[in-house]
Write a protein that binds this ligand. Structure first.
Ligand SMILES: [Zn+2]
Length: 460
């Protein structure tokens, strides 16, 4: 968006001279406002760019869509209508190259439901409704990600690609183990479509038992939120359900395996097209909060098919998000504890220590959290288990580029990014062994003083 609003040359000039930026992660595909479009309406506009909100934001593919690659998927009409004929890659690549800046396509798993024929690709919820999300076990979805990847790599001389999916499986969603989780509806968890049921049967998972288990889980979550404490307490009741219906976790793994095979498929296709292209992933912030989600993000396993990992370590908005996670699970699986107790448990399990619950949203997380999480990621991709016979990558070659947040919107009274925060977080990441940092989420929401603080961090 900023390239259109402010001009490609002007933006690149600023990136180089004021923040020493040497690589661009261009939001080439998304229907979400997190990485595309201008500032989110309702939040203050930054001190650059057009001083008005893009309330008509639509999203889609911001490069040109080349139809020949989309033969095996019904989802073809993905061209973003937002900027007319402006092709962000064709416009930025030549100028970035002449400045020796690397260019990555940054595309993510976020859709809207009014796209032509998207219903054929959508997930199905526990209650049998179509969801707004797409199913990784659906062949047309797999073909879609292959098509988009091939389109980018054959149509443009980009240096790399980064794909992201900020989603988790049905168990984590059912218990609300995520920031914003209080709004999660355990009857809307996914996916129970034809393709998932078929994949489950081939693994010997009983579909009927799974549906029964998730329905009982939904009842337990609803009762927990209503403070109807079971005789044996919340935790024991949740655990009892899991051992009675091991299908709940089997389905969770089925979902995860679909997401993971998307990583592997994108990696292998990209390398088959151009072996020198850098391929990596955006690892969702929930990794810092939910131990259930963290357990599924195995850096050693991921590193086998990753040239780099952007591990999200947004410390400024992280305080409010962690508090939100805690407030959600302290009314489901951890309902036996007070929210303060859940926060303490989370700190101990996740291995970082930060303010108490009252201070957390206002203070955010510290640079110390960034340092701890960076060390953990570097150790993860360097561990001996990262190498295996099936490994496409040599041990220790996966780069860690922590995602540092600059002005990601937070609520009223919650932590806002200041230059000192950016300096401290960038220094913390680099001193802990990061190979670089990715300033997140998007330039169109960043204030210039905070961006300039990156250059100061590098100078010191
Ligand atoms: Zn499915």
């Amino acid at each position: 968006m900023s390239f259109v609003d402010e001009g490609v040359e002007a933006v690149l000039d600023r990136f180089q001279s004021e923040a020493k930026i040497n690589a661009l992660f261009i939001a080439t595909f998304s229907y979400g406002r997190g990485i595309a479009g201008r500032q989110v309406p309702g939040q203050p506009l930054p001190d650059h760019g057009k001083q008005e909100y893009d309330t008509e934001f639509h999203g889609g593919n911001f490069a040109r869509t080349h139809d020949q690659y989309y033969a095996h998927t019904s989802l073809k009409k993905i061209q973003a209508p937002d900027h007319g004929s402006f092709d962000v890659l064709a416009s930025v690549l030549p100028q970035a190259k002449s400045r020796h800046m690397k260019v990555f396509c940054w595309y993510e798993d976020v859709f809207r439901s009014d796209l032509e024929r998207i219903d054929r690709l959508q997930e199905v919820t526990l209650s049998g409704e179509k969801a707004g999300t797409l199913c990784f076990h659906n062949p047309e979805v797999q073909a879609f990600w292959q098509a988009l990847t091939e389109d980018y790599l054959r149509s443009y001389p980009v240096d790399g690609i980064m794909w992201g999916s900020e989603r988790q499986g049905p168990f984590g969603n059912a218990i609300g183990a995520v920031h914003g989780g209080v709004r999660s509806n355990p009857l809307e968890v996914t996916c129970f479509c034809y393709f998932c049921k078929r994949a489950a049967k081939s693994r010997g998972i009983d579909v009927q038992r799974t549906l029964e288990g998730y329905s009982k889980l939904a009842s337990l979550v609803r009762n927990s939120r209503a403070a109807n404490r079971p005789a044996d307490g919340y935790f024991v009741s949740f655990w009892r359900l899991l051992v009675t219906y091991p299908e709940i976790l089997a389905w969770q793994k089925l979902w995860n395996d679909g997401q993971k095979s998307t990583y592997v498929d994108i990696y292998q296709l990209a390398k088959s097209i151009r072996s020198d292209v850098a391929v990596g992933w955006h690892i969702w912030h929930n990794n810092s909060f939910s131990p259930f989600y963290r357990a599924e993000q195995d850096y050693a396993a991921l590193s086998r098919h990753s040239d780099f990992l952007k591990v999200v370590m947004y410390n400024n908005c992280g305080g409010a998000r962690l508090a939100s996670y805690v407030n959600s699970v302290s009314r489901t699986i951890f309902g036996d504890l007070l929210p303060e107790g859940v926060l303490d448990l989370t700190y101990r399990v996740q291995n970082y220590q930060e303010p108490d619950l009252a201070e957390l949203p206002r203070n955010g997380l510290s640079a110390g959290y960034v340092e701890t999480e960076t060390r953990r990621a570097v150790a993860g991709v360097s561990s001996p288990s990262a190498e295996s016979a099936s490994s496409a990558n040599a041990l220790g070659t996966t780069k860690i580029w922590p995602g540092i947040d600059i002005d990601i919107p937070t609520g009223q009274g919650e932590k806002k990014t200041e230059p000192q925060d950016v300096r401290d977080a960038v220094r913390a990441a680099l001193s802990a062994g990061a190979d670089g940092v990715i300033l997140s989420r998007k330039y169109s929401e960043m204030r210039l003083a905070n961006l300039r603080a990156v250059e100061e961090a590098l100078r010191a």
